[in-house]
Design a protein around this ligand. Sequence first.
Ligand SMILES: O=P(O)(O)OC[C@H]1O[C@H](O)[C@H](O)[C@@H](O)[C@@H]1O
Length: 554
Amino acid sequence: MPYTPSSQDVTQLPSWQALREQRQTLEGFSLRQAFTDDPQRFARFSLDDCGLFLDYSKNLIDVRTRSLLVELAREAGLAEAIAALFDGAQVNASERRPALHTALRRPLGERVLVDGVDVMPQVHRALQRMSELVGRVHHGLWRGYSDKPITDVVNIGIGGSFLGPQLVSEALLPFAQRGVRCHYLANIDGSSFQELAAKLCAETTLFIVSSKTFGTLETLKNAQAARGWYLAQGGSEEELHRHFMAVSSNVEAACAFGIREENILPMWDWVGGRYSLWSAIGLPIAMSIGISNFKELLTGAYRMDRHFQQAPFERNMPLLLAMLGVWYGNFWGAQSHAILPYDHYLRNITKHLQQLDMESNGKRVRQDGSALQIASGPVIWGGVGCNGQHAYHQLLHQGTLLIPADFIVPVSSYNPVADHHQWLFANCLSQSQALMLGKSHAEAEAELRAQGLSEAEVQRLAPHKVVPGNRPSNTLVLERVSPGRLGALIALYEHKVFVQSVIWGINAFDQWGVELGKELGKGVYSRMVGSDLSGAEDASTQGLIDFFRSHHRG
Ligand SMILES: O=P(O)(O)OC[C@H]1O[C@H](O)[C@H](O)[C@@H](O)[C@@H]1O
């Protein structure tokens, strides 16, 4: 189904113009004051759905700003775009493809057509195959060449074939089934291969070569290294099928690598890599937590899909997060956005959201190829709290940049140790509180005077102690990280990214920028290893190649 993205200039929409004026009106806006003036502010700017509680009251907005942001989403054609996304229209216009990650979590019985064919039966067939495979491994029926059951599963994949599965399998470790350990091999760096191989036993290891295209250099090199290692450890070519399987949309290439067709699970070109953890690319997740928990993950995401489609815009979680991002990026000049999970198990969510957001919305032209005249996706960064507090939060509190942040925190811990979780939660809340309240010059002076310092010392130190405050954040609270809530959380961000792409008129589902480096890499490699002695296109790269050639030892 072809998709005609709106060709309108978003900056000419009445709501965009009104938001520009609103930005001027809010020049002296104070969050402290806003909470004093409106005792209902927390209730007004928070919502609870799909197992996630979102507090967005600590943002530089009032009710009118929210209305205008919602109006902007309406005027930009978001309702039509959401329908197009779910109906399988070609929202990825440059590649003429739909983006149907939502189909992967729909229950059997619903229909989703791609080129007139209902894809739901194939989606559920793949899920069934995953279920059988996982069952065989978990019950010790899948055995290695020496007839021992599999104990270790290694996912060989990179980008979307790594970050999502790694996030989920590690976030859901409390749900892990006993007996099978999951590992991830992504980088082409031989050190990551050797460090991992040292922990494995070839007889009981199953490798999943996970690559949508089956053409990714890092993955193919690691798969070759794994095969070489398996053979060197005593495995044979005949028994290779007991130790290597693949998930790919390129069955031919996977077979050519030596993987048996019955050991290849499908992927489809209508699922983007960074949206693929819900497909068979999620096999290592299912290997770790079992198929019923994997299905719970899908159900949680499906719940968020329904919320996104059905909730009124004013109470639509992905939409609100997205429009707040537009507000800061396009009207306040923010260039980055911090993701700060206060949970050990969610420690990898920043990396996954980094790919999801930056690869999707790191674009400079609109769907129709015309140059984008406004800022698009921000830099996504961050890391696990409290560690960040003792490292980079200083810049959030007192730096010159405006960096909106999302705090993500569960109410309960799977591993209570004394009062650690209470302190972890308190730290999370107090960070967003400090960002919002700050410390005024008068407060800094009063604090120093109370310490008995001389007036000269008070004046010397006060400017350094001032924390401007008024810095915005969202707080997402989960009761506990569970498969369902995690599914909803990840889907929330997927839809947030989509909403922003619609506002900016860009394609969230292609990634042409990644290709140039890959193409140039071939030339650089051949000049480094000697088969191509022509000079590189530039003196810097050639100089570095020469340095490599004269110093390389192994
Ligand atoms: O799954 P694969 O085809 O191996 O792709 C792995 C990754 O590499 C590419 O270069 C893209 O930038 C990513 O979007 C993709 O997830």
